[in-house]
Each structure stands twice: as C-alpha cells, then as structure tokens.
Design a protein. Structure first.
Length: 269
C-alpha cells in the first residue's frame, strides 16, 4: 500500500514539473536605447568682431548724429589700375588683402590743415603679396576726419551760414569715403613710410604712424565686400558713375579692365 502511494506522489510531481516547464514565459520588454543628445555648437564670433561692435558703440556715443561734407580736392588723378590680377601680383612692395574694419580713430596730428583718419583693420585673407600679414591687425591711413565746420570752410565762398562754426563735421574726399566700422574691404596697400616726401615722413613720425599702411590707389582700388555673396563693389561712388558713363560712350578699355580685375579678385575671396 505504501509503495502504491509513493508511485502516485511521484507521478503527480512529474505532472507538476511538466506543467511548469510548458508554462508560457512572461515576455520581457526590450529597453529602448537612450537617445544621445547632440548639441549644436553655437557659431563662434571672432574676437575682433566683438571688439568692432564695442568700438562702433563708442563711436556712436562720441559723435552721435553728424553732418558729412564731401570735398573735391581738385587733384589731377592718375589711376594705377592694372590690366589683370596677374599684373597686380607684380606690383612692387604691394599686398592685397581682404580686411575687416574694427576701429576708426582720428590721427593725433593733422597733416597740414587736413585731418586724417586711421582705420584699424583685421586682415582676414591675403590675396596677393605678403602672406604673413594674414590674421594680423594693421593700421590704414585715409584722408578726412572730424573738424569744426568753421575751420574746414573758413573764408570759402561756399560757406554755409546755417551751420555753426563750432559744429564738428566729418569732412572726406568725395572719391574716398571712409569705410565704416564693421565693414569688409578689399584693397592693395603699401607701407606708408615707403613714400619719400620729407614732410610726409615727418608727419608719420609725429603722428606715430611709421608702421601704418596706405592704399596703393585709394581712388580706384578700394572695394567694399559683401561677406555673404562674396561680391565686390567700388568704394568710390564717382568711379561707379564713370564706369557707366564710359561704357555708354564706347570707352571700354578702362571699364573692361576694372570689371575683369574685380571678377578675378572675387574668385580669390
């Protein structure tokens, strides 16, 4: 009897084990991979652009709203415009750059009766000439600057009596408008101290500008650059009118050279 009961218990145990083995397993949910956060890096603003923004704010605070008087120096101009970029590369002691204007200061000493402006520019790229100037900060001298209206127009038959003599006005050559802080320019330039005139060299020394640069041809070869489109336009508004006039009159030589050089420079930007 005991043996029979034992066999029954053993059989029951086998049934339970079999049932447990065949029972469906509870499915385990697969863990989804944790998404990796990819942060887009904010565009790094070059330090010189931050400096330019600060300097522009200071300039506006200092000068506020002001009159601009464009004068005609009555000079006999000789254009140094080359026929092509290849010819420009052969200009002695000349470097062509794309540069960003970061500051605008008036020279501490006037040259004769005329104020002079010193632009601080950051060289972004060297297009021809000294490659070591790339990413360097240099000073660029241009004619014009602020002075009391009475000092500028003293004794002139064109004197405007509605303008107070003590009002500061910006006077600039009508063919060489001074590029603004925050603008991008392209120009061939040379060391100012290369020019041999004794009076000019004495002025450079007095104004502490012996290491500064000047445009190789301020009337014809300063371009304003659009950083987005990489297109160049002349800095000289009168030259733009001349290009249109000469083309209309059939004088294609100078206009063709200018357009060719501009297009070749754009490819280097």
């Amino acid at each position: 009897m005991k043996r029979k009961i034992g066999w029954v218990l053993a059989a029951a145990l086998l049934v339970l084990l079999a049932a447990g083995g065949c029972a469906p397993k509870t499915p385990t949910a697969k863990k989804k991979p944790t998404p990796v956060k990819t942060e887009q890096k904010a565009e790094t603003v070059p330090t010189y652009r931050v400096v330019a923004d600060n300097n522009l704010d200071k300039f506006k605070q200092t000068h506020g709203q002001y009159r601009t008087i464009n004068y005609d120096p009555q000079d006999d101009l000789v254009s140094l415009l080359p026929e092509s970029l290849a010819k420009l590369k052969k200009y002695p002691q000349t470097t062509t750059v794309r540069a960003y204007v970061t500051d605008w200061q008036q020279a501490s000493v006037q040259m004769g009766s005329k104020p002079m402006t010193v632009l601080t520019v950051q060289v972004q790229k060297v297009l021809t000439g000294k490659k070591q100037l790339a990413k360097q900060e240099i000073r660029l001298i241009l004619p014009g600057g602020f002075q009391p209206y009475g000092q500028y127009d003293k004794g002139s038959i064109y004197h405007d009596n509605t303008i107070p003599d003590d009002e500061p006005v910006l006077t600039q050559n009508n063919q060489i408008p001074i590029p603004t802080i925050g603008s991008t320019i392209v120009l061939p330039m040379r060391k100012a101290a290369q020019y041999p005139a004794k009076e000019y060299l004495a002025w450079l020394k007095a104004a502490k500008l012996t290491t500064a640069y000047v445009p190789a041809d301020a009337h014809s070869m300063i371009w304003r650059c659009n950083p987005q489109t990489k297109k160049l336009t002349t800095n000289n508004p009168l030259r733009e009118k001349e290009l249109t006039k000469w083309a209309g009159q059939g004088n294609q030589t100078w206009a063709t050279q200018y357009k060719r050089l501009t297009a070749e420079l754009e490819k280097q930007l």
